[in-house]
Ligand binder design. Structure first.
Ligand SMILES: [Cu+2]
Length: 217
């Protein structure tokens, strides 16, 4: 029992680490130069980071620094934008989670020439890739007599389903398919269908990814 619990904890820890790996906290020391010494400067004053990261401004030295944003896509509601933020020994940190890509400039209004920026881009590792169909769904011949050929492109290998509905919305055909990366062509037998209009829906992993209207002769 204890072993199972330990394994579970370990698994949870790994899982949270994997999630946290995309978002980092980066510190900008207020009142420190690039060499780490006390100065009317920010360290770093040219931070490179990712959307979702937390930038923490942390007081390092100097009596008082009144810091505010001067450019970039800062949210208006942000305290550092609206009123500036005062860094003193007692009031040491200010945190900001980067909401969107761009270059965020900031300055210390107390000390001329004390300024910096951080440039945020979207971390490619955090972008979840969802399978997409790069080519429009095609069906032919239209009207169909015995077989309806369905063609589309996919970038992944997954399970899929064809569903055909009549004009009253009744399901008349359901067929499981295996979707492969690249060009997919399926021949669907429609010989049992009455003449009329139908809608063919294609599902990938339970999600509808295409609809095509066709006629049966
Ligand atoms: Cu300052």
């Amino acid at each position: 029992m204890k072993k199972i619990f330990t394994t579970l904890l370990f698994t949870l820890a790994i899982f949270s680490m994997a999630n946290a790996a995309f978002e980092l906290k980066r510190t900008v020391f207020v009142g420190q130069n690039a060499q780490g010494a006390a100065a009317n400067a920010f360290n770093s004053n040219n931070l490179v980071c990712f959307v979702g990261d937390t930038v923490e401004f942390k007081w390092f030295s100097g009596q008082q620094h009144f810091v505010g944003a001067v450019g970039g896509p800062w949210p208006v509601a942000d305290v550092m934008v609206v009123s500036g933020f005062t860094f003193t020994a007692q009031n040491t940190t200010y945190q900001f989670v980067i909401p969107t890509a761009g270059t965020y400039s900031y300055t210390c209004f107390t000390h001329a020439g004390m300024s910096g920026a951080f440039n945020a881009t979207v971390n490619p590792a955090s972008v979840k890739t969802t399978p997409t169909f790069s080519v429009e769904l095609k069906s032919f011949p239209n009207p169909a007599k015995e077989n309806l050929n369905v063609a589309f492109n996919s970038n992944s290998s997954t399970k899929g389903q064809f569903e055909v509905y009549d004009i009253q919305g009744r399901a008349v055909i359901k067929e499981e398919i295996e979707i492969i990366p690249g060009a997919n062509i399926y021949s669907l037998s429609v010989v049992t269908l009455n003449s009329g209009l139908y809608f063919m829906e294609v599902y990938q992993d339970g999600k509808k990814i295409g609809v095509k209207k066709f006629a049966k002769n």
